[in-house]
Each structure stands twice: as C-alpha cells, then as structure tokens.
Design a protein around this ligand. Structure first.
Ligand code: IMO
Ligand code: MG
Length: 424
C-alpha cells in the first residue's frame, strides 16, 4: 500500500527545536528527508547526556536502520557534509551507509561562501545577517542556471565546469571590491568531493516516490522557519529557499496528494537571528531573561538570538500557509518563572487593528497588541503526564489552540527526548 509523506516545519524564524522533534518522531519513520536549505541550519539533538548539532544531514541519522535523504531542493557544502559524516561515524554510526543524496541538489562552492561575505560587506546597513555559508549565492546560481549539481561530480569535465563557475564568482567578488584569498578552501573542497563520490547518489524523485509506493512512510524535515520563506517571509530578510510546505513538493519531487500530516513546530516565545523585522522583540530585562533561560545563542554562528513574546498573528499566518494539521509546542518550560506571560494577538498598523501580517512587516507604524496570561510558576521540566500540568499552563495552550484552530499534539518541556508529552 502506498504511504504518505509527513512533514515537520518550523513556523517562526527558525530555531524552533526541529532537531529534537525530528529525533523523537524519527522512530516512527524509516526514512527522513531534508528538502531545502543547507548548512545554514543547525539542528541540536540531545540524548544520553550528549549534544550533537546536525547541519546538512537529516536528524534521523542517529536512529537505527533509518534512511536519510538529502533532497534536490537542498544546497550541499561537501566540506560541511564530510565533516558531519565524520563526526557521526566517530560515534560508531555508519553515516555513509544510511545516507542518500540527490544528484539534483546544488553544490556550494568555496567561492559561493566568499561571495556571500562580499555581498554582506557591501550591503552596509541593509545586510541580511546571513550565516555566511554561501546559501544565497548558491540559490542565485541555481535560478540563473549557472549552478553545479551533485550529479555533475561524476562528469569527466567537472573540474573545467568548476573553474568556469569559480572565475565567474571571482569577477563578481572583484566588482564588489572585496579583498580575499581566491583559492581559500579549494583543496579541502576537492577532497570532500571525492568523499561525496562514496555516498549513494540518487534520482531523488524516483527514490522518494518508490519508497512511498512500496509502503515506506517518510518524514520530510524542514530547515529554517516559515517566516524566513523566500516568498512569504519577511522579505528581504529571509533565507533563499522555500521553507513552507510547497518546498516539500518541489524539493523532493513529490505531488501534493502524497503529503499526509504537517507538524508545525513553534516555541512558546519567539526568537530571531540576523536582521529584519520582529514585531514582538523585547529590548528589556524580559528579553534578556528569555535568552538566558532558553540558551538562545545560534547553533551555527553562536550569535545571541533576539528574543520576544509569542506572536500569534505571525503563527496563524504560517499555520495557514503550511496547512498545519498538528502543532508542536517547544520550550514551554522556559516560561516557568514569569509572573505574567504575553502573546501578541493582533497588530496595530498606523492605528488600525489587524490580525493579518502586512505586506511590509518592517513598517514604522506597526505595534503588537498583547493578551496577558497569568504565569504558572511551576517547574514543568520534570512533568511527564498531561494531568500533572498546572491549570494556568493548560489554559494558555487552550487559548493558542482556539486562536489557531489546530490542536497542540506534542508539548516539549525540556531538551531531552523524554521531556515530551504527547496528547491524544
Ligand atoms: P534552523 O534550521 C535561524 C537566518 C539568518 C539570516 C537569514 C538569511 O537552525 O532553524 P542565510 O544564511 O540563510 O542566507 O541567512 O536567515 N537563518 C536562520 N535563522 N535558524 C536557521 O536555521 C537559519 N538559517 C538561516 O540568520 O537572518
Ligand atoms: Mg538553528
């Protein structure tokens, strides 16, 4: 019998805790697939007292017997990929044997990274706050039809094509007046290409549809968050891929009718790294407290994350965009100590109240309108049964469910796999 492809997506500005949840859900799916993004993602997994950050490989890699697919919509940096595989293999896991990579995924060249840095340096105040992993320039080359794909590494003229693309990049870097070592990282990159040749390279669309048709359910794992989507996010302060549900179809080569559940992950508050609008951002001691309690520092760049209250207007928007069927609430325990908890339930735009995300989220006249909730002032992290949750917390969740019109089916109360409550 044909199986469905379920999806797990971050609904905010990234860093919602996707790693932990994919790791928890992965035991139910023999195959996990990444469909977009690249090593700008940093998915933290915590188990057996250890922490691990995956960047370009799916978070299912640690589950026994799993197949982990790097899809066509992904941009792959062979160096990061080799390094990550090495780290996983050092833990006694056969990373290479458990991975398949789409031949149609685009390659991040060392000069894509340089170009990313050159563009950010030239942007001055308008800079995006990119992770500098070469993501934007690689997707730019994909769309302008200049890119190199994973399958190209097997072609006899690969080296010539690499040189041609590199020369093009160096000209662009020169035009931006950016000073750098043009050969930086190239030897290491070529070595990593040789490593990539040992991995199973596939036609992802046939592979994924074949698995589904033969009865293997797949979990598609999103990177970044829906508010960073190239079309619907807070443009231009977004990433360069489709982080919303549509990206699953184009990134893996599956039809919309193949999609089953859409798990939408959100944190009980909001964070953002990099530049761009963030309506509920807090610049006071509450924001600092959220950063401290939630350890809100970037997994990839180490940058302190900007913090603020939960934005239900933005969340309702991404629930709509993604067709979320199940909500997953993360880091609820980080709100344990607050007397009062706030959630933004409307925006005031130039004096007018609205429940929709406006075209220009960065507009001057935008103010969040908050609803306040009494805090539960209870340590949630040790609770394992729903019936033991404090009333104030249950009321807070009920409000969120009613506002968004979707049930919260998983509540995470801490970083470990065990600190998770599943509801019927
Ligand atoms: P995960 O998967 C949070 C942000 C960057 C920057 C913007 C563009 O861990 O949730 P890019 O390097 O993609 O061109 O940067 O997007 N960004 C993320 N923020 N979590 C991520 O991934 C992110 N990936 C990119 O900070 O503002
Ligand atoms: Mg992250």
């Amino acid at each position: 019998m044909s199986e469905k492809l379920d999806v797990v997506l971050g609904l905010q500005w990234g860093d919602e805790g996707k790693g932990k949840i994919v790791d928890v859900l992965a035991s139910r799916y023999p195959a996990v697939a990444r469909f977009q993004g690249g090593p700008n993602a940093g998915h933290s997994l915590h188990f057996e007292g250890k922490s691990f950050v995956v960047r370009s490989i799916p978070s299912g890699i640690f589950r026994e017997g799993s197949t982990n697919i790097v899809g066509s919509g992904v941009v792959l940096d062979p160096v990061t990929f080799k390094e990550e595989c090495g780290n996983v293999m050092n833990m006694g896991i056969d990373a290479v044997g458990k991975l398949v990579v789409s031949k149609k995924a685009h390659l991040i060249l060392p000069t894509h990274r340089l170009l990313d840095a050159a563009m950010e340096a030239a942007a001055g105040k308008g800079k995006i706050g990119s992770t500098l992993k070469g993501i934007g320039p690689t997707y730019t080359d994909k769309i302008s039809r200049h890119g190199l794909r994973v399958g190209d590494i097997l072609a006899p003229d690969f080296k010539d094509r690499f040189e041609r693309l590199k020369a093009r990049h160096l000209q662009q870097i020169k035009d931006l007046d950016y000073d750098c070592d043009p050969g930086k990282g190239e030897a290491e990159w070529m070595e990593a290409i040789e490593f990539l040749k040992q991995v199973r390279l596939v036609d992802c669309e046939y592979f994924v549809n074949g698995l589904l048709s033969s009865g293997t359910p797949i979990l598609a794992e999103g990177a970044q968050g829906s508010m960073l989507d190239i079309d619907f996010g807070s443009y231009p302060f977004v990433t360069s891929s489709s982080t919303t549900v549509g990206g699953v179809c184009t990134g893996l080569g599956v039809a919309p009718s193949r999609i089953g559940k859409v798990f939408g992950i959100f944190k009980a508050y909001c964070t953002r790294v990099g530049s761009g609008p963030f309506p509920t951002e807090l610049f006071d001691s509450t924001g600092e407290e959220l950063r401290r309690v939630g350890h809100e520092y970037g997994a990839v760049t180490g940058r302190p994350r900007r913090c603020g209250w939960l934005d239900l207007v933005a969340l309702k928007y991404t629930v709509m965009l993604d067709g979320v069927t199940d909500l997953i609430m993360m880091k609820s325990d980080c709100l344990d100590g607050f007397d009062t908890i706030k959630a933004c339930t409307a925006y005031k735009v130039d004096g007018k109240v609205t429940c929709e995300v406006p075209f220009d989220l960065a507009g001057e006249g935008l103010e969040p309108v908050y609803t306040e909730f009494p805090g539960w002032k209870t340590d949630l992290s040790g609770i394992r049964r729903e019936s033991d949750l404090p009333k104030e917390f249950k009321d807070y969740i009920k409000f969120i469910e009613d506002f968004l019109g979707v049930p919260v089916t998983i509540i995470s109360l801490g970083p470990d796999r065990e600190a998770t409550i599943e509801r019927d």
